[in-house]
Design a binder for this molecule. Sequence first.
Ligand SMILES: [Zn+2]
Length: 812
Amino acid sequence: MGRQYIRILIASFFVKFSFAQAPQSLSSAEIRQKMERLSVLGSALYFAAHPDDENTKLIAYLASERKVRTAYLSLTRGDGGQNLIGTEQGIELGLIRTQELLQARRIDGGEQYFSSAYDFGFSKTYDETFRFWQKNEVLREAVWLIRKLQPDVIITRFPPDERGGHGHHQASAILAHEAFLAAADPNQFPEQLQEVGVWQAKRLLWNTASFMRMQGESKDQLKIDIGNFNPLLGQSYGEIAALSRSQHKSQGFGSASSNGRFIESFEYVAGEKASNDLFDGIDITWNRVEGGAAIQQNIDMLRSSFDDSAPQHSIPALAKLWKEIQQLPNSYWKMRKKQEVEDLLIACAGLRIESTVSNARAVAGTSVPFKTEIIVRNRGVKASISALNGQNIDEKLPENEVASFSSTILANDITQPYWLVKPHTLGRFVVEATDYGYPMNPDLPLAKIDLQIGEVPITVQQAIQYRFVDPVRGEVHEYLEVVPPITASLSQQALLIPQGEKRTVEITFQRNSASSNASSIQLGSPSKGWDITPRTFELSFPERGNSVSKTITVTNTGANALQTLTFNIDGQPLKGIREIAYDHIPRQAWFPSIALKLQPITIVNPVKRVGYIMGAGDLVPEALRNLGIHVDLLDIAKLNGSALEQYDAVICGVRLLNVNPQVGKALDILYRYANNGGVVLMQYNVNSRLQEDEFAPKPFALSRARVTEEDAEVRFVESDDPALNYPNKITKQDFEGWVQERGLYFAENIDPSYRTPLEMADKNESPHKGSLLIYKMGKGKFVYTGLSFFRQLPVGVPGATRLFVNLLTKEN
Ligand SMILES: [Zn+2]
């Protein structure tokens, strides 16, 4: 698909990202609801920083009670949060949360957009946030979206100061205000004005909240009751909101529904003040469009003559309405309302359209056959198909009988999410202007179906899907993936290699189509001190079989710095396939460039064998295996005291105390093991929903304190503490090169029996001693730590690895 085509899609924002799912048909009540929306020409934009910041009840109310176009701009994809359902972190968590947000919007009726800002983790100030985000670039995208969506009202979740909490929250409010002003200013981002006009939203409001410190100060806050019940949908907005919010499963945000009067408050920020309603002083009727009065009369007739038992009787009136709108001069509302009428024509005809492929995957550069099935399920409807992906067809569609049409698309490019095509910076994805705002790729493989219903030409563009039946889940729909012809995977992502030693890594190549054949592989040049063999080789797949492996040997001959080894295939970066599969969202794939981190390390490691009890999920076990430690994953329900004796240490995965209800019984066994000479190391937990309140051998409390600056100064309170000296001498250098943060949910009110050898703080804060607690317990020891080893170890941070080994070592 050419770039020109994509531009057309963008100019009209027509590609709808509902969700990979069966085509949704509307009930007569839902059709009525959409007919009512035809009369409303208003638009609202909710503006915040993360998936889950948005007020889903307000979005549901705006979309379905007020029936205005309602969008949520989440500046980030929530990449830096904690994952409660699996081990994905960073951009992969962002992929999960993107789909969760799309699912939430499908329920509450809003539209979803993002900027290129990367959620780099918790930030305490907007200053720090803007340094990472490249403020002007994020502002440019927000301005583009405002000019594109033309919201009458912009609503922020947060205030622009400390009351917003998270630095990203404060930054979102500051950006909303600046974008509100800049969108109306022709001197700001003038390059956008070729495609969009300047836009002056009527007002900017802050949606205050009773939680945290966000009540606001102004006494004349605008108050609106949003607790209504919608009889056509059979739900109150509080019920819809709970369903929508409960989609944030990776954050553990299952929510209860609420009913009855519910007052939402808004504080004035900029633009014209409102005294009674969000849309005060804004004409959100057809009067805002020249020649619109006659159209409203037609809508009134359409609504009064609608027959619930035969929606198709409304097709002539809809066709008439479509033609009248078509006569209007071009405008935002003309395009928008024409599209709504077309959606209603499809709904009233009882049309179901689905485009599917027979394989979940296609290989880039091949042509992919697909099938479009159409059925007209309401009686007496005259509908025909004129073309499929540009091929003329001209056939009448039969009544209540599936008509099937075949075509092919050329799968040119891999379906890499557009924000992952180029490597991201610390604070921002690198994206093209043509992709601004989109939640997913606008150029996913699409079927373009030209139809006629009641003599109205309608073009439907839908993402081509793979459909299959799962015995438990039923019919499952997924997006078609286009993958590289040959992909690869490494047995390890990072090698920590002491000087003079060598390690091997296995690279396995997968041929994704039988016709992809011999290729040459080149490894990037290593820096001084690394010796790598082989550096190039030819790939040839066995006659039967689509995979082949090769061993690479890396020797540290005196390296003193981290090296990232890249791989090329026929001159192009070699890619892998990472699949993310959960039942509540469509399966997703992305294609990381294959890279191996080589890290010189000086380490003494006496730890041979450990047991690991998984908590919410982390990648520490794999990192320990890379050090040569044997790791057994232990089932908490089957923990057995005598079986633990074989381990040098037993490690509790992150949030174990939050996620595992069986943890209480297990702790007794673990502490007996420690008393008898074992080491128990517990990683961070959060204070809310602890399964066991008194979980530690000696008391301490869990706070929300964290050190978010990954380079924050670390002070050694007791520099001769054995944990900092044996078997590895820990120095300040060991706290260099950490990623994202130092640690989180530090301990407080710590019983004096604990040693707390470290102290640290973010800039301008007082030092905190709760990151590392060590208690000598009988013949063994208990360690509690909020240091984010779960982030450092998987990426091979040498200092964190050395300290972790010390903590697992019995003798200190
Ligand atoms: Zn947030």
